[in-house]
Design a protein around this ligand. Sequence first.
Ligand SMILES: Cc1ncc(COP(=O)(O)O)c(C=O)c1O
Length: 394
Amino acid sequence: MERFDPMSHTAIQPLAPDGYRLRLPGPTFVPERVLQATAQLVVNHRGPEFRAALARAEAGLQPILGTENRILFYAASGSGMMEAAIVNVAGPGDELLIVTHGQFGERFSTIAEAVGAKADVVAAPWGEDIDVDAVEARLREKDYRAMVVVHNESSTGIVADLARLGALVRDRPTLLVVDSVSGLGGIEMKQDEWGVDILVSASQKALMCPPGLGLASVSAKAWKVIQGGGRLPSFYWDFRRALASAEKGETPFTPAVGLVAGLIEALDMIHAEGLPNVLARHTRLANALRAGGAAIGLTDFGPGKRKSSTVVVFDVPAPLDGAAIVRELYQRHRTVIAGARNRLSGKVIRIGTMGAIDADTIGTDLAHLEDVLRVLGHNLTPGAGVAAARASLS
Ligand SMILES: Cc1ncc(COP(=O)(O)O)c(C=O)c1O
């Protein structure tokens, strides 16, 4: 039998080949500084060092969420946090109104069904803006326990108007539950001002961290409902446990210690640049990518006007296939973008414009896209995409 040798120093096996460019709408590229922080010595998760770390992470996040609420941390992906939000507010017999405008909104419906929560759905066609008047009409029909919506729909690149949606429920018993997994840190969020009652997010998108750290922020209005009971049974996701621990500077269960260390670095980077500058950079770069795409025949998906700053979704021009573009970008350039794993499969490509990116990132994306589209037989003027992006930025 082979013996374990604790002193052996073998080289780390790299996960990615040289030149690998992670350009998905999440997980996103993790800056070196954040990576290094995640590799620090693991400390006692109930000791003074980690208490201080959680406090720093909370203080750094609050302005990004636009809240003074406590931040609840979980070792979880975004979907875990979506489920957590649902089970904490939907008791037996309570009804939810799920507003969908893409794949992740539909995931909320799937979660509701899986956990036995009753839900009605208002669905916006994919690529269109949410019809807030239609939502208001549905809210008038009954007192829903919560309205549930995805802030930034990563599948379509459309952003929900949370200020207007929040205003609809401010004076009703209905809570507003929001997934900002792919928005937070890249698109403005004003949780307290807009009346978002439960906001959930995750580490691997605009927050520039590896995946695995989930977070939630809960308003006083939502705490009244949660503390009042009448919620679906759950143990791990019970926000009451998380709050009780947060009051002691802890998490209820073993947290992702290294990811919290990474998050602190990422938050320092965001605040050193300045949150308004970070948000403006996201908008500028997403617009530049759209301008570059338009110049080489890649048009924006859908007629919606509330375009995302963290993900750009392009229609794939006929007769090309989105999967072929994704494959060739990787094979020729080691650039990794997303297609779609839903009804838009083959019809769109999606590129992240969030986190640690700059004008060069977008320029390289477009240069690679131009090359691959030409190889696949698409007619374009070489250099037109890169030039249009540059013009948009100047
Ligand atoms: C808007 C949105 N919500 C939820 C999720 C699910 O997050 P996770 O894959 O971390 O479970 C994603 C992931 O892409 C997302 O973009």
